[in-house]
Design a protein around this ligand. Sequence first.
Ligand code: CAA
Length: 271
Amino acid sequence: MRMTTTTMTYTNILVEKQETSPGSGIYIGLVALNRPSALNALNNHLMQELVEAMQAFDKDDTVRAIVLSGSERAFAAGADIKEMADETTVSIMSKDNFATWDRVKAVKKPIVAAVSGFALGGGCELMMMCDMIVASETAQFGQPEVNIGVIPGAGGTQRLTHALGKYKAMEIILTGRPMTANEALQAGLVNKVVPVELYLEEAKNLAIQIASKSPVATQLAKEAILKAFDGSLDDGLRFERKNFYMLFSSEDQKEGMKAFMEKRKAKFVGR
Ligand code: CAA
């Protein structure tokens, strides 16, 4: 029996440490998104808690790798549309809440995403900030922002393009259609797909395997691998976020997000 210990109490996430084998003193850190009423939609408070928990694991020498999961129904259905629907370009740029997301990118320890159900929009983008992805057969991936009059704003245009290549990324982002777990596996977006009852265990096993290696080596390897697309990634991320924020001047963003909240189809006018 592996021991788990609850560490801190948060409102929107569950945080635990799990010993990799009894008495080893080596742990993996577990973070589960926990906003079931909104399919784990990523609001500012949740993202702040997530960053805090990840940074605490980064500082804890007994933790060697981190697993980030959601629920069986949803890893996360996106950034919180209700929270941002009324923003303008000026207000969203001055708050720059998406800067919090960059701090996930700065976590040094390897992160394995355990994904079941919806991984859409910001949910898919948060997943792609992780270093490895284990998916359940029920997982659905996509960037449906065009359906609500915006574009991905937390790395989707950059990281999905790196993962899938230009043509597939264009199709997924410009049509907003979801991909199945098997399509994502074939396209190289996820490491493995397993039955839903196994996805979390498989992700933990991967983290435990990494935890048995030298933490100095795994962290430096992670840093070096990320360097493979770092320079151009940062430029791309800045460019994407500017365009995302600019869209909050458009009627289509207002209509798209309003239509989502009113549970109807959006009527876009192109301005
Ligand atoms: N933001 C806020 N609330 C959300 C949400 C989101 N992204 N996704 C789901 N919810 C809420 C719903 O509004 C609903 O709340 P109420 O019960 O209060 O009405 C609750 O979660 C359950 O959702 P549904 O009733 O819609 O569940 P469903 O099974 O019928 O549909 C779904 C599931 C297809 C995922 C649908 O919820 C959906 O389309 N969600 C939005 C997906 C999306 O557009 N994501 C991108 C967001 S923008 C973004 O992420 C920007 C970025 O790049 C950072």
